[in-house]
Design a protein around this ligand. Structure first.
Ligand SMILES: [Zn+2]
Ligand SMILES: [Zn+2]
Length: 375
């Protein structure tokens, strides 16, 4: 597949574009590429329409846009259910309706894109969300984490039948299928979906002697899984572990597990994307004369930082490649050290004398220490 294009480029908007500009750009392009109205090759139009809709989805959503601005596609792909944009992830059907109006789209693009087949056949198990907290060091270096997931699994005592004697009868309402059809509206689309039978809760069973150990053959179990967190993750990112969610109730594939990353505050470093920021206190002589000081780094212990002579308070010195590994494979970010000048509160008589000499005598002190000019 071709490399994904930049979202801003896809919509033809500026990186600083506000919601209104993005909306306008999307409207224009949607009118051009909507498969129901396009003059282009339908296959090309469909792809383009999906591409602009993906860009629209991300740029209209502040958290997603932030992740994209910091990490590019790598940062935002994990936000989508399947690890990449799909029509299921599109939340702006309403805007498309606004553009094209309710009528005249009987064939209905979203039915086509979402695919009627999604809800037929065995159901996928429930997806789970797990909030995972970690230190900045762990996020930077990558870490193996063991998660304990509360899963709903088949009961051992009754072999998953839900019946103490393991004798199952069929549910009268659904005839043992466990499912009933229902019609659902989402946006302006109509879906025929198959839902769990309300009488038997989707089991299709009619059980005369319920198993005391479980609820209809299913029971909660804590399951441990071990997970490798890649280098460079940041707060708000979602990692998808396919198939690690709840098992399917009817023989379908299991759901997915979504691990939502939360990186704790660090006592020294503040993070901005792949870059790290810290504050280093230095004395006036160090700033004036230049010095070499030791500063902490996230993963390389102490490092020497040379302060050039004449460094001003608030100046920032870059330490190359000491930031966080970028998830898109483009090396590491940098460490930025902001210089804070510390003025001593207590001085010895000798130090005072030296400073007086430096400032050009008593007279100038009244105008302020180290003020320019000699009176
Ligand atoms: Zn049981
Ligand atoms: Zn039933």
């Amino acid at each position: 597949m071709a490399e994904k294009r930049d979202y801003y480029e896809v919509l033809g908007v500026d990186r600083k574009a506000g919601e209104e500009d993005i909306k306008k750009a999307y409207r224009q392009l949607a009118r051009q590429y909507h498969p129901d109205v396009t003059k282009e090759d339908p296959k090309v139009a469909e792809e383009r329409f999906k591409e602009i809709s993906e860009a629209y989805e991300v740029l209209m959503d502040k958290p997603k846009r932030d992740l994209y601005d910091k990490y590019g596609h790598a940062g935002v792909n994990s936000q989508f259910q399947g690890g990449g944009f799909n029509w299921n992830d599109f939340t702006h059907q309403g805007d498309v309706r606004d553009i094209f109006g309710d009528s005249g789209f009987g064939g209905n693009i979203f039915d086509m894109f979402f695919g009627g087949g999604r809800s037929r056949g065995p159901h996928q198990g429930q997806s789970l969300r797990y909030d995972l907290e970690m230190t900045l060091e762990e996020a930077a270096e990558g870490v193996k984490k063991e998660l304990t997931l509360p899963l709903t699994v088949k009961c051992d005592a009754c072999g998953g039948t839900g019946s103490k004697s393991r004798k199952e009868g069929s549910c009268a309402q659904c005839g043992g299928k466990g499912q009933v059809q229902r019609v659902e509206r989402r946006g302006y689309s109509q879906f025929v979906s198959v839902g769990a039978c309300p009488k038997c809760g989707g089991t299709g069973k009619d059980i005369k002697d319920p198993c005391p150990e479980c609820d209809g053959g299913w029971t909660r179990k804590r399951q441990k899984i071990s997970l490798d967190i890649p280098k460079g993750v940041d707060s708000g990112m979602r990692l998808r572990v396919a198939g690690a969610g709840e098992p399917s109730p009817d023989g379908g594939p299991p759901g997915d597990l979504f691990v939502v990353i939360n990186v704790q505050e660090h006592k020294v470093f503040q993070r901005d994307g792949a870059d790290l920021y810290m504050v280093q206190e230095i004395s006036f002589p160090e700033a004036a004369l230049g010095a070499t000081v030791e500063v902490p780094t996230l993963d390389k212990g102490k490092a020497e930082l040379s302060i050039p002579a004449g460094t001003q308070p608030g100046e920032t010195i870059r330490m190359k490649d000491l930031g966080i590994t970028r998830m898109d494979g483009h090396g590491r970010g940098h460490q930025y050290v902001r210089i804070k000048l510390v003025v001593p509160k207590k001085l010895t008589t000798e130090q005072k004398e030296i400073l007086r000499k430096f400032s050009g005598g008593e007279g100038n002190l009244k105008k302020g220490l180290f003020s320019k000019g000699k009176g």
